[in-house]
Design a binder for this molecule. Structure first.
Ligand SMILES: Nc1ncnc2c1ncn2[C@@H]1O[C@H](COP(=O)(O)OP(=O)(O)O)[C@@H](O)[C@H]1O
Ligand SMILES: [Mg+2]
Length: 601
């Protein structure tokens, strides 16, 4: 019972959300559409009554011109009003799709961190919604108007029928509503199942393995094409088979309701026939009621268009659920203007455990970084270097302890988060122009001239002049996937990424972080790049992350991370002099570095 109540509440809630969506598409058109469907229903009722009276008169050789005019007027008016409703539906459908996509994107980017994007339930909801909205035959908004049109037509028929016999009207209404309710509940359940079924999402991943450019190279080299195809079909098939099985199990109530509606119509027709036979009802009532009886189907199950409306409501409800589970965005503050000041950074007794893991990555880490100093964080793969940086940008929140930028929490203060500019190892290769790729941090709230003034210096400082020469202009898109665009090599992309970090200073960043964006370079090139970076960022707070000790020895201070703990901390010379692990590892790596043709200074 409680289940039914919550289901009914959900259906009502879905209808409210749908009405709001229509309103947001266009208040004016929504009013026009509403007027049109109501007028259509009035015309429908008028037609049933007037045509009945007209024919009733004709039977007695009497032509009543008033009923003739009314019949003709309603005959013309009804399709016109229906068409207006249809047109409103088509226009609003066109507006709804971008509105909905925007809503999903807004929700997905609402939390400050990235944890929700790693949460499989949230991912499921986001991906499911986007797939649904993007389906070409998904016409939930347009169908809403069609359904409304039929529903009001059905109400008009109900009124006409009730004016002859209230109990026949009640009987037909009850059975029609029974069919409708059982069918809607079933349909809504199915679409919720589809949304939440993980295997279809899994199947989509297999599909993307085959068609996405990023994957294509490796998939072909490994000969994974037929493997991918097989997995895709098998996963999809299994998901769909289960869904269909679930559907069959829920069909019982629908069959019963359909038997009931057959019985109700049999009784109604018998009553009408009997009334006509005994002369209890005249021709006019007979005709009007017979028409009304067939048109009551407008209140029943409306097939595809009703399915569409249910899908639309399910989608809106799922988006609402998603909005509830994602935290509100942090209060936005006015963007910082370039301050030119270096930030202070502090980690105080930080404990952090990744969601879904039991072992903490940090169990009490403390690190203070003076404004204006350069710090290198070194350590083997998996030592926790990137996690440290993600905490610093507020992408993850510590379980306990504090992460501070300029004395505040970057996880809750947008302004402070913008003080941190990071280039990660897997930095993004934006399908944007060279200028936008470099001036990324300034795009949100700077004038075009400001961006244009900053980016050449940034690219130059990042030793990227040859990249500009190679690309041939600031306005060329850095992707071969677009006409006139061009792709870059890994090393060239790294220079663009470095330039992006440098340009962020002008957008107000107070601490620059490079988290191994140079890992693909050879040791010597990385060392050169880091040295160059330290030179151009002198006086700013910089954090260089690397697993290669020889690249970062010119940093003011070196911090060695191991298993989530700081095991050594000092200048290069101090650490070498101490003769501990850093000294041994450095000697080992320097040897190889020398072998590779580099010189150790
Ligand atoms: N998103 C994640 N979810 C769960 N564990 C993670 C995640 N990212 C990293 N880890 C784990 O945290 C530890 C530190 O990783 P990371 O900070 O990336 O190391 P580093 O950057 O030093 O190579 C590793 O054991 C790694 O497997
Ligand atoms: Mg890392």
């Amino acid at each position: 019972m409680a289940n039914t109540r919550s289901r009914v509440q959900r259906v009502l809630r879905g209808q409210i959300l749908l009405a709001r969506l229509l309103w947001r598409c266009s208040p004016g058109l929504t009013v026009l559409g509403a007027v049109a469907v109501v007028a259509q229903a009035v015309a429908a009722a008028g037609l049933m009554v007037a045509s009945g009276r007209l024919v009733g008169g004709l039977v007695h050789h009497h032509l009543d011109t008033r009923w003739l005019v009314l019949t003709l007027t309603c005959l013309v008016l009804q399709p016109i009003c229906t068409t207006v409703g249809d047109v409103v539906g088509v226009i609003e459908q066109g507006r709804a799709t971008p509105l909905l996509l925007e809503r999903v994107s807004t929700l997905a980017s609402r939390p400050h961190g990235v944890e929700h994007l790693e949460d499989s339930e949230v991912r499921q909801a986001i991906d499911g919604a986007i797939e649904e909205i993007n389906q070409q035959y998904f016409t939930g908004v347009a169908s809403t108007w069609n359904v409304l049109n039929y529903r009001l037509w059905g109400v008009a028929a109900l009124v006409v029928l009730a004016s002859w016999s209230w109990w026949v009207a009640a009987l037909v209404l009850a059975s029609t509503v029974a069919v409708n309710v059982t069918w809607s509940a079933y349909s809504q359940q199915i679409f919720e199942d589809i949304f939440r079924d993980r295997r279809r999402r899994r199947a989509r991943w297999y599909r993307s393995l085959l068609i996405e450019q990023d994957n294509a190279k490796e998939v072909r080299l490994f000969g994974l094409t037929s493997f991918g195809l097989e997995r895709f079909s098998a996963t999809w098939q299994r998901a769909m088979t289960d869904l269909w099985r679930g559907r069959r199990a829920k069909q019982g109530p629908i069959v019963l309701a359909n038997i009931a509606i057959l019985a109700a119509y049999a009784v109604a027709i018998a009553a009408l026939a009997q009334g006509a036979w005994t002369g209890a009802i005249g021709t006019a009532t007979l005709l009007a009621s017979a028409q009304a009886l067939t048109q009551m189907e407008g209140l029943g199950m409306l097939g595809d268009m009703q399915t569409m409306v249910i899908r639309q409501q399910t989608l809106l409800l799922d988006l609402e659920d998603l909005a509830e589970r994602l935290p509100e965005p942090p209060a936005t503050s006015t963007p910082t203007r370039p301050t030119g000041t270096a930030s202070a950074v502090a980690f105080r007794d930080v404990r952090f455990t990744y969601p879904g893991r039991t072992e903490p990555t940090f169990a009490g880490l403390t690190l203070e970084i003076e404004p204006g100093s350069s710090v290198a964080v070194v350590g083997a793969n998996g030592a926790g270097k990137s996690t440290l940086i993600k905490l610093l940008c507020g992408l993850h929140r510590p379980d306990s302890g504090r992460v501070l930028v300029d004395g505040g929490d970057p996880g809750s203060d947008d302004r402070l988060r913008r003080r941190v500019a990071v280039i990660f190892q897997e930095f993004v290769r934006y399908h944007l122009t060279l200028r936008e790729n470099v001036g990324m941090a300034m795009l949100g709230d700077h004038r075009e001239e400001d961006v244009a003034a900053v980016v050449p210096r940034a690219l130059h400082d990042a030793t990227g002049d040859p990249v500009l020469a190679r690309v041939g202009g600031w306005d060329r898109v850095l992707s071969g996937e677009y006409a006139g665009g061009t792709d870059l090599s890994g090393g060239q992309w790294q220079r663009v990424a470095l330039a992006r970090a440098l340009a962020a200073i002008d957008a107000g960043a107070g601490v620059l972080v490079l988290d191994e964006p140079t890992a693909a370079l050879d040791v010597r090139a990385e060392a050169q790049l880091f040295d160059n970076f330290l030179t151009v960022t002198r006086g700013l707070t910089t954090i260089l992350v690397s697993h290669r000790l020889s690249s970062v020895r010119h940093a003011d201070r070196i911090v060695v991370l191991d298993g989530g703990r700081i095991v050594e901390d000092g200048t290069h010379d101090e650490l070498v002099a101490s003769g501990d692990r850093y000294a041994r590892m450095f000697a080992l790596q320097a040897e190889r570095f020398a072998l590779a043709g580099g010189e150790v200074s």
